[in-house]
Each structure stands twice: as C-alpha cells, then as structure tokens.
Design a protein around this ligand. Structure first.
Ligand code: ATP
Length: 914
C-alpha cells in the first residue's frame, strides 16, 4: 500500500501540521492502540519483504523429497509388488519415522533461530497513547511518532517534526558520505531525494542530534524497500560450516558404491535373493549419507547461541559462531569494557597549581583542595572558569532529585557537571545567562568539541578535548592575573603535565575558551588554555582474571583506545594486560600511513599490546595488519564511526548499552552488558559448539562406516548377510539418532579454554579424525562379524539362522551405543568427561536400549525386523562383543593421551579417503 498522494502533495512539500493532520495523529499523543491495529492491517509489517520463513508443511514435505528417501520408497513399493507386505509396511514405517524425526529437528532449529533473530532486531522509540515506549522496528505503522538520537538507524521513511542539531548519514541511499543537516521546513514537491532535508529515510542513520518524526512509509513502500524489491531475491545462505557438513555427508559415497557393487555381485554369485541385495544396497546408501548432519549442526548452533545469549552475548550472524572459537586476538577498547565507565573528576592542573577534588561518583558534595588548603571556588577565577567550560561544553544532564541525582549522557560529561555542582555551578542556570548558540560535536578524529554561547552580542567559545589536540590549538594561557602568551616551551610543559596525570591512570582532558564576534568563526584556533582535568575511571574487577583466561586460551588481548597513551598503559597494567613497566603504547598516528610501514614496524605493531589515541580509521588498519599475518580478530566498538572496523573484523563486537544502533547493525556479536568477560564466555561457547559438532560427526560417520564394513567383510568372506536391510535402516533411523543429538549438547571439556584456538582452515574432520573413523568403524564391524560367527556356531542352522543375525544386529547396535564414550576429547579423563557428565547421553542410551529390547521382544516389530529372542547366552555374546570396541577405543584414547598420537589406521585412511 503506497503513500496517499491523491492531492498531489508529498510529505516533504507539506507543512508539519498538514503532515500530522493527514496522518491523523497528534505529535504529543501518538497513535492509539486501535489506530495502530487498523494501520497494521492496512499497511502490513514494516519489513522490506516478507521474511522467507519456511512454513511447517514445507519443512515436512522436504523430509520426503530427497533422492535417498525416494529410493527407499521405491524399495517399499518393490517389496509390496513382490508380495512381501510386512517388509513393505516396515519400510514405509521407517520412512515415516525418519520424516517425523527430521521434521521435528528442523522445525525446532528454525524456531530457535527465529526467536534468536528477534532479540537482535532493531528497536524503535515511539510515542503511542501519550507514552514513550520501545517497540520492534517491524511493528511501526504510518502515523507513528518516532524519537531518534545520534547513532540510531532510521527505522522507516519519516517526515521530520522537531530536529535538534540533527545530522544524518545517508550514504546507504545516496552514496554521499558527508552527513547532511535536516530541517522541519516544507520543501518543493520536486526536490530530488538527496535534497529532501525534511525527510529521514529507512536504512540511513543519525550521526548527531535528536529528532521527533512521523512515519510516512513503511516496509516495501519506503525508498529502501523499492530499491531492494528490484534486487533479486537472495537465497537463504548457508554458513561455511553447514556447507562443509553437506560435503562431509557425501564423503563416504564412493566407498558405498564399491561396497554396494561387491554385495550385489557376491550375493548374485552365491545365488541369493536379488531383491534382498538391492534392498541392502539401498539401506546402506541411507546409512552412509547422513543427510541430517547440517540440520543437527544447526540445532547445536542454535543451542549454543542461546547459551551465549544467557551470558549476555547476542550473536547477530550465524556464520560467526564458527569463527568465534578460532579467535586469536581480541582488540578491545578501554572505557566501559575494561573499565567501569563510572567517571569522577579527581584533579585539576591549572596555571596557579594543582587542585584535588574530593567526593566520588554522583555525589554532588565535595571540596576542592589546593595542597592542604581547601579552595573556595569563586575566589579562584581560573578554577571557576575551568569548571564553567566543563559545564558549558557538555551534552549530558544531571537532575538533582531527593537522594541520587538522575543522569543522562556520556559519563565523562556527567562527571564534569557533577564537578560543576560541587563548585556551585548548575548547567541550566548557567545556560540562562550564556545560551548555547552553536555546537561543534565531538569528533573522535579531531578529539575535541566546542560550544558557542551568546554573551552580549559576542560569543564565548568553550572547548574541551584531548590535551595534545587542545594545547596545540591554544595560543594563550589563563592565569590568576589575566591572559598571557603560551610559548612553545610552555606547551611542551603542559603536555608533560598531562602525561604525568595520564600515567597515574587518570583520563585527562584539556579545557580552553575564547571569545569571538561571529558564531561561524572556526572553533579550534587561538584558544586560551585554562588547564587540565583528570578523571578516575576504575578498572572492572573481573577483567584481570578474564584477561588471564584469554591468555591461557591462546588468545592475545590488545587494548585499542582513543585515550592517552599514559592512561592506557596504566589501566593495561592494572588489569594485567601488560606485566612490565617498559611496554609502551603504540600511537594511532603511527598507523596513519599503513602502506609505508617497514617490515620491522609491522612486526612491532602486530605484537604490540596497547594502542592509544587511535582513530576509527586506525582500527581498520590494525585489523588489516593482524589479518595479513593470519590472525582471527575480534574488535570491539560502539560509535557511529566504528561501523567499518566492526564490519571488517572477523568478529565485530558491539556494545549493547553504550553502543549505537549503527555499530550494533555492523557487528557480529552484541554484548548486552558491555562487559569484556562476555567475550570470553562467547569464545568458550564457540569452541564447545565446534567440538560438539565434531563429536557427533565423528560418531555418526563411524557408526555408518561400521555398517558398511560389516556387510563388506561378510561379503568378502562369503558369509550371508549379517544384517538385514530393515535392520540397517532401523539402526540409522532409530537407535543412532538419540546419542548423536545428545552429543550435540555436551558441555566443554575441562581444558577447552586451556588450549590454543583452532586453526580456522582446519577441516571438521582432520587426518587424525579420519584415522579414528577408520579405526572405530573397523573395530565395531570386526566385533559384529565376530559375534555373527560365534552366533553361527551356537545355533544348529549356522550363519543362516535368524538367531545368528539377531546376535550380530544387536552387537552392532550396542557397540554403536557404547561408542559415544569413544568420542570424548583426547585430553578428558576416562570416567569423568564431557560425555559421561552429559545427562542427555544417559537418557539417549536408556531410550535406545529400550527400543532395542523392543526390537527383539515386541512381536510385530521383531517380525518386521526378522529378529528373534536369543536367550541369556546370546545376550552374553552381544554384550561381551559389543563392549570390545569401547574397551579398545578407550585404550587407544588413553594411549594417545599419554604417549601422543600413534599412527593407527593411517594407511587405510590415506588410501580410502584422501
Ligand atoms: P576508548 O576507545 O577506550 O573508549 P576513548 O573514549 O578515550 O577510549 P574516544 O571516544 O575515541 O576514545 O575519544 C578519544 C579522546 O577524545 C578521549 O581520550 C578524550 O581525550 C577525547 N574526548 C572523548 N570524548 C570527548 C568529548 N565528549 N568531548 C571532548 N573530548 C572528548
């Protein structure tokens, strides 16, 4: 439903009141519940295109359309035509069970993923029935009043109502990367998109200021919606992991073809029933192509992502879960991630001496101490002016309530307001005599900010910023006796003073002011320096242990901060990021020309633990530098300018509380609590997920191989079939499934964070795993054939009896069940490890065991599976033989744990699977 332009007017050509009237909404009240409902029905959700959600019946249908399943269905029909009704019914029963299990698994995976996506969806602040609330951007309807601030992504097409210092980056739509200002004035009907200064378009974002705006178009009717409708539909992408699993599923196929041919030929030569042989080949085909692998993997991924979400790390990009476990370097900012971001002004360094400020946190009581003398602020004009600049050049607010004041804004600016209040300066009162005329917003590349204030026809400019930048722009110094020239030597002295303060761990800003006639005069020239202010921002308590944990896990932690080198170093030392005093921070400017770096510098920077005074562009170069030496880089960021770095890092980590929506959109992971510790937990979870996927892949594939080998060995030895086709199907569709799922839910082994990160290029199945696969597959099949032979001797009819086949079938089935214990990590203990401690495993084994008893003792089932009771002796053989692979498997694990990796089965692996 497109915008109503029946009267020929566009939202940008109407006045604000016309637009609101047309939308039938008042700015102060917003829409009512009913109004929202009606419009939702009329305009649909605010989504670019209906998400390609697969509906349940599509998922169900997909379970029955694969080639392998069709083969099975053909076998069922064949059995029916040959008059073997029980066989036919059994085959179709297997087909249905397989379909249902597949359907439930996939449906669960899809649901889980969808609800995960919901938590990371963009939200929007709206005013509805007079109240401000936060809703999912998808729920916006035309007529909604939206409130946005710097860093927010524009959630629909909006008409500007009340802009305040608003600037918008519209590069996503217009390609123009310089932010544009916005107004609420009406424009001509025919102004082109890029010049519609009173409109905000979906997908662009606010770089500065705040705005109230009314929604005029949503979803596909937005400008972005129209563009993306013309783009080809993107297919649902598979993650690299899912693709690798798809491929793995096919790896045993050539082997299957060989076995199937041998089985067919030998069966035919020995005059066995040809249809039975064909059925066996089809059953083997189903056994060897584990089609469910990617789905089970998705379920494991979803489970892991939920666990991460519980630990405050939201994953926004599925593929990054795989990368997480391989992270080798975490580049983290300092403020708020390693430190508390609870700032207090602790000291001033002024031309007339140093001043200490007492009182912590948001407490507005405190004194200014000059040595032992307590200073009364108004009598020290320099301190008075320094406090004033801090309060004026500020975007935060402190409202004094009864007990604790309520604060909004940057904690550093809040601290300056609190310091002002300690000296009797209230921002609101001050602004009455010095109203703000202009603001030059803080820019992390310039590292300064300025405000202009009306002063009897002239303008007072208040500037604060990083000392080097501010001192460089200053030409005068304010002293108790007036203003004097600031010489180059004095500038160096002031820089030294700021270095000294920073080395004590204080965050330092310089404060300056000047007066100008023209409000458009440039801000950062000819400034009069008032002095320096130092803030305390204590390190987070838990960070030290976490950094140690990261180092134990083979990950380097690198501090990348916009702050002063001294402050950075001091904090780095206190959180244990660097041990010795002689580690100096690399300055961001040293990275300014990355192409000109010498090899030696590159090496130095790649190994450096602290980067200070880093600009957002430097972050990009740093990521690049690390990536060229093969590192997997996680990089944190929160600001609008951090988006490119977050995108180019292997894992972009945005802050949930401090971070802007733009940063969050660009990231792969959002830390809901802004806490460094959450990165550590996420990496741990990433490692667990990968190792669990590996476990069930190894498990399922070795079970499959054992079935193929058992049939092959029997065929080569001229034995009859040790397993009937339906038995093979039964094993794969029923008994293997539960332990495999359970393996996906193992916790981490105890040493999971004591080993180096996994090489991202390492395949899911390494050479060692293929070796193990051959070894286990061989062991289980050998035990099965052994039990078959023993069974053959125990009963009069020999190998041809149902008893002998039941014994080999059960031996294989139980050997496969016990085999779960063989896929534990090589470094875990025999009795207590991540597999034995996983209760799901025990549940799965119990369930599968019951099912196997049922397979023998439930009359209908045993008839279909051609099994028969085998008596105590038979069961002894089954348990005795099925435990052998477990025993030998554990011996192998222990042997390797103690003496390194023996080259078991390498030849087999090389010849068959390489
Ligand atoms: P981190 O990267 O660890 O969060 P940071 O906050 O110091 O550290 P930036 O936000 O890039 O990094 O700021 C760089 C420097 O700019 C700060 O160290 C400070 O000196 C100065 N600065 C930061 N915010 C402001 C502001 N609002 N007004 C003036 N100067 C500021």
């Amino acid at each position: 439903m497109a915008r109503d332009t029946s009267d020929g007017q566009t939202p940008w050509s109407r006045s604000v009141s016309d637009v609101l009237e047309q939308a039938d909404v008042s700015q102060d009240e917003g829409l009512t519940e009913d109004g929202v409902k009606r419009r939702r029905v009329q305009y649909g959700p605010n989504e670019l295109r209906e998400a390609e959600r697969r509906r349940w019946f599509e998922i169900l249908a997909a379970q029955f359309t694969s080639f392998i399943i069709l083969l099975l269905a053909a076998a069922g029909v064949g059995a029916f035509l040959l008059g073997d009704t029980i066989e036919a019914i059994a085959i179709f029963a297997v087909l249905v069970i397989n379909g249902v299990i597949g359907f439930i698994t996939e449906q669960r995976a899809v649901n889980s993923m969808e609800s995960l996506q919901e938590i990371t969806e963009i939200r929007a602040r709206v005013r509805r029935t007079g109240e401000e609330t936060e809703i999912l951007a998808e729920e916006l309807v035309p007529g909604d009043i939206v409130i946005l601030e710097a860093g927010d992504v524009v959630p629909a097409d909006l008409r500007v109502l009340d802009p305040a210092k608003l600037q918008v980056d519209e590069s996503a739509l217009t390609g123009e990367s310089v932010p544009v200002g916005k107004t609420s004035e009406s424009l001509d009907d025919d102004v082109p998109l890029a010049e519609r200064e009173n409109m905000l378009y979906k997908g662009t974002y606010l770089t500065r200021g705040t705005v109230e705006a009314v929604v005029v178009d949503t979803g596909p009717d937005t400008e972005l919606g129209r563009i993306s409708a013309s783009l080809a539909e993107t297919a649902q992408e598979k993650t690299p992991l899912q693709e690798k699993l798809d491929e793995l599923g096919q790896k045993l196929v050539p082997f299957l073809l060989v076995v199937a041919t041998i089985v067919l030929v030998s069966g035919w030569l020995r005059g066995q029933d040809f249809f039975l042989m064909v059925e066996t080949a089809i059953a083997l085909a189903i056994a060897t192509v584990p089609e469910g692998l990617p789905i089970v993997a998705t379920l494991v991924l979803a489970r892991g992502m939920w666990r991460m979400a519980d630990r405050n790390a939201l994953i926004t990009n599925l593929a990054s879960v795989e990368t997480l476990g391989s992270t080798t370097i975490i580049c983290t900012d300092k403020t708020g991630t390693l430190t508390e971001n609870e700032m207090t002004v602790a000291a001033y360094e002024l031309s007339n001496g140093s001043v200490e400020v007492t009182g912590t946190g948001l407490d507005t009581e405190g004194a200014f101490q000059h040595g032992s003398q307590e200073l009364d602020e108004p009598e020290d004009p320099v301190l008075g002016e320094a406090l004033e600049v801090g309060v004026l050049c500020n975007n935060a607010s402190v409202t004094e309530a009864d007990s604790e004041p309520t604060v909004t804004g940057d904690p550093m600016e809040v601290a300056l307001l609190i310091a002002g209040l300690k000296g009797g300066l209230d921002r609101t009162e001050l602004l009455e005599s010095l109203p703000e005329a202009r603001e030059v917003a803080f820019d992390p590349s310039v590292k300064m900010m300025a405000t202009y204030h009306d002063l009897d026809g002239r303008y007072r400019v208040a500037v604060k910023g990083a000392p080097e930048a501010v001192i460089d722009s200053a030409s005068r110094l304010v002293t108790s006796d007036g203003t004097e020239e600031l010489s180059a030597d004095e500038k160096s002295e002031w820089i030294e003073k700021s270095d000294e303060m920073a080395e004590k761990g204080l965050r330092v800003l310089a404060l300056t002011r000047k007066e100008v006639d023209d409000p458009e005069a440039p801000p950062y020239e000819d400034l009069a320096l008032l002095g320096l202010v130092g803030f305390i921002d204590p390190p987070r308590e838990e960070v030290k242990a976490t950094i140690q944990g990261c180092q134990d896990a083979g990950m380097r932690v690198v501090m990348v901060t916009g702050d002063h080198a001294g402050t950075a170093k001091n904090i780095a030392q206190s959180v244990g990021l660097v041990a010795s005093d002689d580690t100096e921070a690399v300055k961001g400017e040293q990275l300014d020309a990355p192409d000109k770096l010498s090899q030696q510098e590159r090496e130095q920077f790649v190994n450096a633990p602290i980067f200070a005074r880093v600009s957002p562009e430097n972050k990009l170069d740093l990521i690049d530098l690390h990536q060229t030496v093969g590192s997997i880089v996680a990089m944190t960021g929160d600001g609008v300018n951090d988006a490119p770095a977050l995108k180019s890092a292997d894992i972009g980590v945005a802050m949930g509380q401090r971070g802007t929506q733009v940063a969050q959109e660009a990231s792969d992971m959002i830390l809901q609590d802004d806490n460094f510790e959450s990165i550590y937990h996420a990496v741990r979870e990433g490692r667990i997920i990968f190792s669990n996927i590996r476990k069930f892949v190894l498990y399922l594939m070795s079970c499959n191989l054992s079935e193929l080998l058992a049939i092959l060995i029997a065929a080569l030895l001229g034995f009859p079939l040790p397993l009937f086709p339906l038995q093979i199907l039964f094993l794969n569709v029923v008994t293997d499934v539960f332990p495999a799922f359970a393996l996906g839910a193992c916790g981490g082994s105890r040493d999971i964070m004591d080993r180096p990160p996994r090489d991202p290029n390492e395949p899911i199945m390494t050479r060692t795993h293929w070796t193990e696969l051959g070894f286990y597959g061989g062991l289980i099949s050998a035990a099965t054939i052994g039990a078959f032979v023993i069974g053959g001797r125990m009963y009069a009819g020999g190998l041809e009896t149902e008893e002998a086949v039941t014994i080999s079938f059960l031996t294989l089935a139980f050997a496969q069940l016990w085999h779960v214990f063989n896929v534990r990590e090589i470094t875990s203990g025999i009795l207590r490890n991540e597999v034995t401690e996983n209760l799901y495993i025990w549940g799965a084994l119990g369930l599968s065991t019951l099912i196997l008893f049922g397979a023998v003792y439930l009359p209908g089932v045993s008839l279909a599976l051609s099994t028969t009771p085998i008596g105590l002796e038979g069961w002894l053989v089954v348990f005795g033989m099925s435990l052998i692979p477990l025993g030998l498997g554990q011996v192998e694990r222990e042997f390797r744990r103690r003496f390194g990796t023996p080259k078991l089965g390498t030849t087999l692996k090389n010849s068959l699977f390489d």
